[in-house]
Design a protein. Structure first.
Length: 115
């Protein structure tokens, strides 16, 4: 069963500085343009190949993509679960839902893409 997280729950985790990994599954270009603060970029098509090296199986991992209509984060969550990551949540609303709430985003050429 897929675990989901709401934007309010995610915002609370960020505000409380909880120990988790937030993964933007969109392209590096999209990530550079705008992303949720504190997220790292692992494009959905790279998750299977890079997850074991870049993510900690003992930490909570939250994945997101562009919007409720986008399926990249759901697919990434499925892959992570198959790889043995047990604490994976999908923020299905993604970047669009986050921005609609007026929550902050980062837009920077200095952003770090993990690719």
């Amino acid at each position: 069963m897929k675990k989901l997280i709401t934007r309010e729950a995610l915002k609370g985790m960020i505000d409380r500085k909880e120990d988790f990994i937030l993964v933007d599954t969109l392209s590096p270009e999209s990530y550079e343009k705008e992303h949720i603060p504190g997220s790292i970029n692992i494009p959905e098509e790279d998750i299977e190949m890079k997850a074991e090296d870049l993510l900690d199986k003992n930490k909570d991992i939250i994945v997101y993509c562009g919007s409720f209509e986008c399926t990249m984060s759901s697919h990434a969550a499925e892959i992570l679960n198959k790889l043995g990551f047990k604490n994976v949540c999908d923020f299905e609303g993604g970047l669009q839902d986050w921005k609609q709430a007026g929550f902050p985003i980062v837009s920077s050429a200095h952003a770090t893409a993990v690719c």
